[in-house]
Design a protein around this ligand. Sequence first.
Ligand SMILES: O=C(O)c1ccccc1N[C@@H]1O[C@H](COP(=O)(O)O)[C@@H](O)[C@H]1O
Length: 207
Amino acid sequence: MPVVRSKICGITRVEDALIAAEAGADAIGLVFYPASPRAVDVQQARRIVAALPPFVTTVGLFVDASRGEVEEILDAVALDRLQFHGDESPQYCDGFQRPWYKALRVRDGGGLHEEIQHYQRASAILLDTYVPGIPGGTGAVFDWSLIPRDLSKPLILAGGLDALNVQEAIARVRPYAVDVSGGVEREKGIKDAGKVRDFIARVRACM
Ligand SMILES: O=C(O)c1ccccc1N[C@@H]1O[C@H](COP(=O)(O)O)[C@@H](O)[C@H]1O
């Protein structure tokens, strides 16, 4: 089985970033969406990024932010990649000097291929669960059988993953990477060290 990468998202504290990195996370996610209980400000984000060891990718998550807001954060925080988790258009996503990927929320599977085609320059597609009125971080799993087999981009699987279901998810979906937030928390925005380690160990055991 090819290597499956893992991203621990919704990091708000330096100690949680270090736990994720030490456990072997390939990436950490910083949420720049003020309505999220996992939102970080620029100062927090800078501290977290500065503390990380080399070779851990930093991802900035945005939800329908204005171009100016994203640019301001890019000027202040060393983010490697952007995750657009709202209704951003391909033209909007292409307008930043940073690699990006697009989160799509799976409702019924129909039209996913077409939707993915719109985002030609995305480095990957993240699939998350559709919950009306909530852009992401819902902790809910979607029906993985709705994922088309022949996706044209690397697939990052998200939505309600945790240590208990991630191996089944990998076996069934064969994603490029898995992304988790709520499933490794002890409370919203605060990671549980044991759950983070367990999650990553189980992902690595799939290789
Ligand atoms: O984490 C959030 O608060 C969040 C807010 C708005 C959009 C996305 C958000 N998180 C992302 O949602 C998916 C799934 O999270 P979970 O594992 O189900 O809690 C993941 O990509 C998070 O990065």
